[in-house]
Design a protein around this ligand. Structure first.
Ligand code: DHB
Ligand code: MG
Length: 224
């Protein structure tokens, strides 16, 4: 779990620890993925086992044929989601950094899901519109955003077009990235990027959405 932003309330910390202890006790090799990535200089900002398992379950619930992820890092969440795919399903994961993409390729292959995961190198803002052209509209069961947060609202129309009706938009760090979203703002403090994203999607009538307070918070929106 990343520790860049921590919730001050002890009970919140205990709750997260409880969920990870009771529901995420089996590692399935994920800790090794991040240990090797951190040793190679990547930041410790993986989704964590609680969010990873939740994503795997979302993939299973949506039928798991086509999943698109933005923000591969070392492949941690892609491996979780690949394990939720149905037969013949695939994850297309988009990563801006060539170094991260190379590490992720090796980790995803070593995890035994290499034939189900395609890595596309590039920024979400460029690769998502390309995928929209290549795949056509309405094909994705789930799109998970965990990358450059200032891009999310810019790509929202493309994300909406890529999703099938009933498909799911999931966004990491819906509660905590640069700051804890529900903390009161100081005088003159600019609105936090994720706060803006949360509020925009909550008000967007094309999705039914809420935030599930697992990990750093996962926004879940179902395309109507
Ligand atoms: C950061 C990014 C993440 O995606 C995350 O889950 C935690 C922290 C960060 O940029 O600090
Ligand atoms: Mg994240």
């Amino acid at each position: 779990m990343p520790d860049t932003i921590t919730m001050s309330d002890e009970r919140w910390q205990q709750t997260g620890a409880y969920i990870r202890e009771v529901f995420c006790a089996t590692d399935h090799g994920h800790a090794g993925v991040m240990a090797r990535a951190i040793a190679a200089g990547l930041p410790a900002i993986d989704a964590g086992p609680d969010t990873g398992k939740f994503l795997q379950m979302l993939v299973m619930l949506t039928g798991g044929r086509l999943v698109i992820e933005v923000g591969t890092l070392a492949g941690y969440s892609a491996i979780w989601m690949a394990r939720g795919l149905g037969q013949g399903g695939r994850v297309i994961t988009v990563e801006a950094s060539a170094k991260h993409a190379e590490i992720a390729r090796a980790e995803i292959d070593a995890a035994g899901v290499g034939n189900r995961v395609v890595i596309r190198q590039g920024k979400g803002g460029e690769v998502l519109p390309a995928l929209r052209k290549e795949l056509g509209a309405g094909k994705a069961d789930l799109i998970f955003l965990d990358a450059e947060r200032s891009e999310y609202l810019t790509v929202l129309d493309t994300v909406h077009a890529l999703l099938r009706p009933g498909g799911v938009l999931a966004i990491d760090n819906a509660l905590s990235a640069q700051r804890w979203v529900s903390d009161p703002y100081g005088p003159g403090e600019a609105i936090d990027t994720m706060d803006k994203v949360d509020r925009a999607i909550a008000a967007d009538k094309r999705f039914i959405s809420t935030v599930v307070p697992v990990g750093n918070g996962v926004l879940v929106g179902v395309k109507i």
